[in-house]
Ligand binder design. Structure first.
Ligand SMILES: [Zn+2]
Length: 148
């Protein structure tokens, strides 16, 4: 009987060491798989953007004389759009990195503005969330105001 109890306690302790916070380790898994996916996407985008840039340079060398202004405008737009996509992927990667650091320091899942729990439902859909819904809205409104 006593032996049996020791066995259970040991099993529980082992479980606790492997999973100190069940939701925390799920979040880490989620974040790390997102990090991997976005890292791959980032690499692909950079390679595609470099390739299209050198192709465009080849083209412009061949046909510099008959470049139409309208086409040049489209190229500029495409490059700007590509850059915007790369930048948004980089920003997401930074958010994920910051969330992983919060997991390490034990502040993951707490709003950076008010310190309250962000809520598992929100974290499940936005694992890298820094703020609770209310403070997220305030931060977005401030970002919007600063932009204009
Ligand atoms: Zn908050």
């Amino acid at each position: 009987m006593a032996f049996c109890c020791v066995g259970i306690i040991l099993a529980m302790e082992t479980e606790a060491i492997i999973h100190p916070m069940p939701s925390g380790s799920e979040a880490r898994e989620h974040l790390e798989s997102e990090q991997e996916r976005l890292g791959g996407l980032h690499q692909t985008l950079l390679e595609a953007s470099l390739r299209s840039r050198s192709e465009q340079e080849d083209l412009s060398e061949l046909s510099a004389a008959d470049q139409h202004p309208a086409e040049m405008g489209t190229e500029t737009f495409d490059r700007e759009r590509d850059l915007a996509i790369v930048e948004s992927v980089e920003a997401e990667l930074e958010e994920i990195q910051a969330a992983l650091e919060r997991l390490d320091s034990g502040t993951y899942g707490l709003c950076e503005a008010c310190g309250k729990a962000i809520g598992e439902q929100r974290l499940a859909s936005v694992p890298a969330a820094r703020f609770c819904l209310d403070d997220q809205r305030i931060a977005e409104e401030e970002a919007w105001r600063n932009r204009s």
